[in-house]
Ligand binder design. Structure first.
Ligand code: 6R9
Length: 634
C-alpha cells in the first residue's frame, strides 16, 4: 500500500510537485499497481481534439489490481459488506478471496454467452452484491460495462442499450426498496422490444416475484453460475482500452455516454480515495450512492477495492423502516467513514435528532458529501449531530466526466470551511474564467470553473460521438476543460462550487438536462411546447418547475398534470417528474425565438419583483400572464 498524504505541508509539497512534473508524479503513483507490461510514455495530450492518453503502451487488467493483488495480504478480509433492505434479513459479506472467485465465475458465464473483449454489456440492477460482481466480471474479460440506474424507465433504458449496442443485459427479477418491491425484469422486457443487439439477458433472483421469460434469451444467474468454474485468467488490456460507459445528462439533447479508460481511471480513483478519506487498514467504509451513478462506480467499487478497503453496499433507502436507518447501519457495522449526499442529509435532518440519538455513532471518523452544493444548515447539522463535532466533513466536488474527486478537503488535514470544497487534489489544476474566457487570477474572484491540465481519469470521449465531447467540454474555452459549474475562489484561495451555469439541473443529486425533461413532457399529446427550469427546493436542492403550453383550453388542469407526470415517468423515470407544472398561454421568447429562461427562473423562485429587461421579448404580455399564474414556491 502506498503512502498517504499526512499533513497540510505534505499536501502542498505534493501539489507543487504534481504541477511542476505531472508525468513523474503520476508515474510514481502508478508504480504500486500490477502492470502486465509497463507503459512506454506517461502522457500524451491536447485539449483541442481532445486527445488525452495516459500510460501509453501499458498493459494491465484492473481486476488483478482490485482483487488478485490483495489475495496474499488480505484474502480473508471483507471486501464487500452488503446490507439488505429489511432489517431482519441477514446481510452478506464477501472476502477478497470470495469476491475474486465470484468475479471469475461470472466472467466465465459472460464468456459462455459469447461476450468478448470490447463488447458492451448493460447492467440494470438493484444494489445487490451481484451488481458489483457483474461490473468486475466485465472488466475481467475486457467487456465494457454500461450501468444504467435501475430507476430509469424502459424507454430510457432502451436508448442507452441501443446507443452502446449492448450484447447482453444483466438484471434481477425485482428490487426491494423501502416498503416496495419494484419490478425490474419487466422494465428490461419492455426495453428489449426496441433493441436488436441483445442476445442474452441474465437475471439474478432477488425478490422471487414471477417474471415473464423469453427462452433462448433469458437465463437465471444462479443456474448459469453452476455451469462454469471459478478460474478465469484476466484479459490483457491496454491502459487506454475502454473500461466503461456511463450515461449522463447535459444541457442539450439526449444523455451522452461518458467513456472512461482503464489505466488512468485506476490510478486516480485509488489515489483520491485513499487521500481524501484517509482510509486506514481495517476501516469500514460506506458510500450510500447507487452504483448506477459515477459515485458508486468510483467510490463503492473501484477506488475502495483498489485500495484494499472494506466497502459497504446498501440495498434500501434512508427512511425505511424509519429515518434512523442510516444510523442503525452505522452502529451495526461500526462504520468509520460515511459518504452521502446533501439531499439525504436534509431529508433526515427534517425528521429531527431523535432518530440519530438512538444509535451509537462513536465509530465514525470521517464524513463525506457529494453530488450538489451543501448548504450551511445541512453542513452544520451533519457536523454536529452525526459527526459530534469530531469528524471532518469532506465536501467532494467532481463529476461523471472527471471520474474521481477533484476539489475536496483531505480528511483531518485540510482546515474546513462549511460549504467549501476547499482545495484541488494534487494533479488537478483548476482555473476560473469570465464569460469571455479570460482567466481570473488571484483570490476573491468568481467565475466559470475550468481545468487547464489533464488528470488521469478525465473522460476520453462520449461514446460514438467524439465531436459532441469536443463541443460540450472543450470548445467553450479553448484549451480548457469546461466543467459547467460556477465557482468562487475566496480570499484564502478556497474553492466554493456555486452550481451549474448551463441548462443542467441537479435534483436530489441527480443530474438532468432541462431539454431532456422538456422533450419528455412534449411527448404528451396535448402539450405543444414546454420550458423547464430549476428552483431552490428545501430537501432536493433543486426542484423542477415546468411551464407548458397546451393544445386548446384545458378544462381539467389537475388531470393534465397527472398525465404529464405519467408521461415523464414513462419517458425518463420518476426522478425527472416536475414538482410544479404551470399551464401558460405563451413562453417569454426573444425575437430570435430563444426562450428567456432567466425570467422563468425568477418566476419559479417566486421572485417576480424584478424581472430585468423584458424589452427584447416578442410579446412582453406573456410575462404578466405567467406572473399571475405562478405557483407558490412553498
Ligand atoms: C459526482 C457527481 C456533477 C455535478 C457537478 C456539480 C454537482 C457534485 C458537488 C457538486 C457542489 C459538490 N456537484 N459534487 N456541487 N459541491 N461537492 O455528482 O457527478 O452526477 O456527474 O454531477 O454535480 O454541479 O457539475 P454527476
Amino acid at each position: 500500500m502506498s503512502e498517504r498524504i499526512k499533513s497540510l505541508e505534505a499536501y502542498h509539497q505534493e501539489y507543487e510537485r504534481s504541477v511542476a512534473d505531472p508525468e513523474g508524479f503520476w508515474a510514481d503513483k502508478a508504480r504500486q499497481f500490477q502492470w502486465q507490461k509497463p507503459w512506454d510514455q506517461v502522457l500524451q495530450w491536447n485539449f483541442r481534439d481532445p486527445d488525452v492518453k495516459w500510460f501509453l503502451g501499458g498493459k494491465l487488467n484492473i481486476t488483478e489490481n482490485c482483487l488478485d493483488r490483495h489475495l496474499e495480504t488480505r484474502g480473508d478480509q471483507t471486501a464487500i459488506l452488503w446490507e439488505p433492505n429489511e432489517t431482519d434479513e441477514p446481510g452478506k459479506s464477501l472476502t477478497y478471496r470470495e469476491l475474486h472467485a465470484e468475479v471469475c465465475r461470472f466472467a466465465n458465464v459472460l464468456k459462455a454467452h459469447g461476450i468478448e473483449k470490447g463488447d458492451r454489456v448493460c447492467l440494470y440492477m438493484p444494489m445487490i452484491p451481484e451488481l458489483a460482481i457483474s461490473v468486475l466480471a466485465c472488466a475481467r474479460i475486457g467487456a465494457v460495462h454500461s450501468v444504467v440506474f435501475a430507476g430509469f424507465s424502459a424507454s430510457a433504458l432502451a436508448d442507452r442499450i441501443n446507443d452502446a449496442s449492448a450484447k447482453a443485459v444483466l438484471t434481477s427479477d425485482g428490487n426491494f426498496r423501502g416498503k416496495k418491491s419494484i419490478p425490474v425484469k419487466s422494465v428490461v422486457d419492455e426495453a428489449l422490444q426496441q433493441c436488436t443487439s441483445v442476445s442474452s439477458c441474465i437475471v439474478v433472483q432477488r425478490t422471487k416475484d414471477e417474471v415473464d421469460w423469453t427462452p433462448g434469451r433469458d437465463f437465471w444467474w444462479h443456474e448459469e453460475r453452476e455451469k462454469v468454474t471459478a478460474d478465469c485468467a484476466a484479459e490483457t488490456m491496454d491502459a487506454e482500452d475502454m473500461l466503461f460507459i456511463l450515461y449522463t445528462s447535459g444541457s442539450t439533447g439526449k444523455p451522452k455516454g461518458v467513456v472512461h479508460t482503464i489505466g488512468g481511471y485506476m490510478v486516480y480513483t485509488e489515489y483520491s480515495f485513499r487521500n481524501v478519506f484517509q482510509y486506514e487498514d481495517g476501516d469500514i467504509y460506506w458510500c450510500t450512492a447507487d452504483i448506477g451513478w459515477i459515485t458508486g462506480h468510483s467510490y463503492i467499487i473501484y477506488g475502495p477495492l483498489l485500495a484494499g478497503a472494506t466497502t459497504m453496499m446498501f440495498e434500501g433507502v434512508p427512511t425505511y423502516p424509519d429515518a434512523g436507518r442510516f444510523w442503525q447501519i452505522v452502529e451495526k457495522h461500526r462504520v468509520n467513514i460515511f459518504y452521502t449526499a446533501p439531499t439525504a442529509i436534509r431529508a433526515l435532518q427534517a425528521f429531527g435528532e431523535a432518530y440519530v440519538e438512538k444509535y451509537d455513532l462513536s465509530s465514525l471518523k470521517t464524513l463525506g458529501s457529494v453530488g450538489e452544493p451543501i448548504n450551511k444548515e445541512a453542513w452544520e447539522w451533519y457536523y454536529e449531530h452525526i459527526g459530534k463535532k469530531k469528524c471532518p466533513i469532506v465536501d467532494t466536488w467532481w463529476q461523471t466526466e472527471t471520474g474521481g474527486i477533484m476539489i475536496s478537503p483531505l480528511a483531518g488535514i485540510t482546515p474546513l470551511k462549511p460549504t467549501y470544497a476547499t482545495l484541488p487534489l494534487p494533479g488537478v489544476q483548476p482555473m476560473l474564467v469570465d464569460a469571455e474566457g479570460k482567466e481570473l487570477t488571484g483570490n476573491g474572484v468568481e467565475g466559470n470553473l475550468c481545468i487547464k491540465f489533464p488528470w488521469p481519469s478525465i473522460l476520453r470521449t462520449t461514446y460514438g460521438d467524439h465531436e459532441r465531447c469536443r463541443q460540450t467540454y472543450f470548445s467553450t474555452y479553448p484549451d480548457m476543460y469546461f466543467t459547467g459549474d460556477g465557482c468562487r475562489r475566496d480570499e484564502d484561495g478556497y474553492y466554493r462550487i456555486l452550481g451549474r451555469v448551463d441548462d443542467v439541473i441537479n435534483v436530489s443529486g441527480h443530474r438532468m438536462g432541462t431539454a431532456e425533461v422538456e422533450n419528455a413532457i412534449n411527448e404528451h399529446p396535448d402539450v405543444i411546447e414546454s420550458a423547464v427550469v430549476g428552483y431552490p427546493h428545501e430537501i432536493k436542492g433543486q426542484g423542477i418547475y415546468a411551464f407548458v403550453i397546451c393544445e386548446e383550453d384545458v378544462t381539467d388542469e389537475e388531470k393534465l398534470r397527472q398525465e404529464i407526470l405519467g408521461t415523464v415517468t414513462k419517458v425518463i423515470g420518476p426522478i425527472a417528474k416536475p414538482d410544479k407544472i404551470q399551464v401558460v398561454r405563451g413562453l417569454p421568447k426573444t425575437r430570435s425565438g430563444k426562450i428567456m429562461r432567466r425570467i422563468l427562473r425568477k418566476v419559479a423562485e417566486g421572485d417576480v419583483s424584478n424581472l430585468g429587461d423584458t424589452s427584447t421579448l416578442l410579446d412582453p404580455g406573456v410575462v404578466e400572464d405567467i406572473k399571475s399564474g405562478a405557483l407558490s414556491s412553498a
